[in-house]
Design a protein around this ligand. Structure first.
Ligand code: NAD
Length: 511
């Protein structure tokens, strides 16, 4: 499957990828072994960057920036349009690579590539809409306006779970803004990164633009730490855990650079007594077990009105029991494996902690590889909190399919519980009441404290048109749609005097 996908994209002899060396690569510091999470078996070895190749790569990107920024934005948009078209052609093949190296089921893997195509389309439109403002000057014979200028080569760090689309959220916008991109992907997903970057750069090169998209693959100590400290990169956009974001934020702030942080979530859905429980159960099922609970927006906490908790849980337990877990590349599979053995350990440890803290496992919670597979499979779990509603483990983001269930009586209490965690990424409310929904979205900011708030929908599965990101320990960054593009440009306020006289602002006289 992997070999076919690479062949289809003309990547079978890519200098970084070795499909035959996998088993012997473990001892080589400059090779990374990539494993298939469904089988636990090595599928490829990937060549890593060292200090020297890292510096050369950033140098090439910085040089390319000086040329690329001179290209008018709508013309940059044409290059991005061609890149989007190339991703359309290779959607299935890239999807197959995502499935092979991170275990995402086929429809979600292909859906991820669709997100890349969507953001490319969005960026093409944007390339004619990088609008600045004009504002009236207080001085006669003067004009003022704001313009947005290219920023520089941008460093992009991505997590394993969206190995294609997170790059695109950044790279497609950065490209129309006149920036070049240096991408450091997760070492759990380097094959997708190589395929993605090669496709994009191949198109850019065919338009005469070398080094718009540069890939550096390496260990955090060798490549990651250098990238975040590198003063040639004015912006570091980093997606991953809160732990990583705290380190990136600190290092980038120390050099007074800019960081755009997209970090962990601990997302909750509130279900009111008037909710459509069938609709809620369907939405919660995908949001809680989709991608095997490995989305930043996965629903991890359910806050249910005590009058409907039993009815909702009986629907969810039934649905969990019938979800097909198995080979992520096979038709009909809804849940694939976790990404590696460490993730399985994290899942089991969280289940054990929940039990110790008085939680009851209603369904799932076991390690369990389906017949014929030896990879990192678990049974998605629902854990009911004790009557005290106290379950400290639920305050942490365990990157696995565990749904903790709490109850409430008073709608204000539900919002308070929803907001009680350190992260602020995604949130949802299920209700037929417009008043309760509007209370949750209150313009006074007293409802959900998250960057994403959904009504009668699950917490995951964002569209690219809106700004994506979250508050508190989620990092405060926004990527993707709306006006997120502003993060990739620098703003200049221009004041022009055509009066022939010098006039000072604020009426100051200096004669
Ligand atoms: P991770 O934090 O382990 O790694 C993410 C990336 O950061 C990797 O590329 C890693 O190599 C890099 N990194 C780690 N330490 C670094 C350092 N010191 N310097 C430079 N780079 C460094 O996260 P993961 O396990 O790959 O992904 C799961 C996490 O990502 C979850 O917490 C999830 O919620 C979060 N996530 C957030 C979003 C979002 O948009 N908010 C999207 C996807 C994933």
């Amino acid at each position: 499957m992997l070999r076919n996908a690479l062949n289809a994209m003309g990547l079978s002899s890519h200098p970084r990828i070795n499909l035959d060396l996998a088993a012997n690569a473990a001892s080589d510091a400059l090779l990374e072994v990539v494993s298939n999470p469904a089988t636990g078996k090595a599928i490829a070895a990937v060549k890593l960057d060292d200090e020297r190749s890292y510096y050369e790569a950033i140098g090439r990107s910085a040089a390319a920036f000086k040329r690329w920024r001179e290209i008018p934005a709508p013309v940059r948009g044409q290059v991005v349009r061609a890149i989007g078209d190339e991703f359309r052609k290779h959607k299935q093949s890239i999807g197959a690579i995502i499935t092979a190296e991170v275990g995402k089921i086929t429809s979600e893997a292909v859906g991820e590539v669709q997100e890349t195509i969507d953001i490319a389309d969005f960026a093409v439109g944007l390339s004619r809409q990088l609008y600045g403002l004009t504002m009236p000057s207080e001085r006669p014979g003067h004009a003022m306006r704001e313009q947005w200028l290219p920023l520089g080569p941008i460093g992009v760090i991505s997590a394993f779970n969206f190995p294609n689309a997170v790059w695109a959220w950044n790279a497609m916008l950065a490209a129309v803004c006149g920036d070049t991109v240096v991408w450091k992907p997760s070492l759990l997903a380097p094959l997708t990164a190589i395929a993605t970057n090669t496709i994009a750069q191949r198109v850019a090169s065919s338009w005469g633009h070398e080094d718009l998209f540069t890939l550096v693959i390496g260990r955090d100590e060798v490549v990651g730490e250098r990238l975040i400290a590198d003063t040639r990169l004015p912006l570091i956009s980093a997606t991953g855990s809160c732990r990583m974001g705290k380190r990136v934020g600190e290092v980038v702030a120390k050099r007074l650079g800019r960081s755009l942080l997209e970090l962990g979530g601990n997302n909750a859905a509130i279900v009111h007594e008037d909710a459509d429980l069938d609709l809620a159960a369907r939405a919660i099922l995908f949001a809680a077990v989709g991608t095997c609970g490995q989305r930043c927006t996965t629903t991890r906490r359910l806050i249910v009105h005590e009058k409907v908790v039993d009815a909702l849980l009986s629907k969810l337990v039934k649905a969990y029991s019938s979800v097909r877990i198995g080979d992520p590349g096979a038709e009909g599979t809804l849940v694939g494996p976790l990404v590696n053995a460490r993730a399985v350990e994290g899942f089991s440890a969280a289940i054990a902690a929940a039990r110790t803290q008085g939680g009851t496992v209603l369904v799932g919670g076991e390690k369990d590889a389906p017949a014929g597979l030896s990879g990192y499979f678990v049974q998605p779990a629902i854990v009911r909190a004790p009557a005290s509603n106290k379950l400290p483990i639920a305050n942490e983001e365990t990157f696995a399919p565990i749904l903790y269930v709490f109850t409430f009586r008073d709608p204000e209490e539900a919002i308070e519980m929803q907001n009680s965690v350190a992260q602020g990424l995604s949130s949802a409310i299920f209700t037929r009441s417009a008043a309760l929904a509007e209370r949750f979205l209150s313009p006074a900011g007293t409802g959900s404290d998250c960057g994403l708030a959904y009504v009668n929908m699950g917490t995951s599965g964002a569209e690219i048109g809106g700004a994506f990101g979250g508050e508190k320990e989620t990092g405060g960054g926004r990527e993707s749609g709306s006006d997120s593009w502003k993060a990739y440009m620098r703003r200049q306020t221009c004041s022009i005097n055509f009066s022939g006289k010098i006039e000072l602002a604020q009426g100051i006289r200096f004669e």
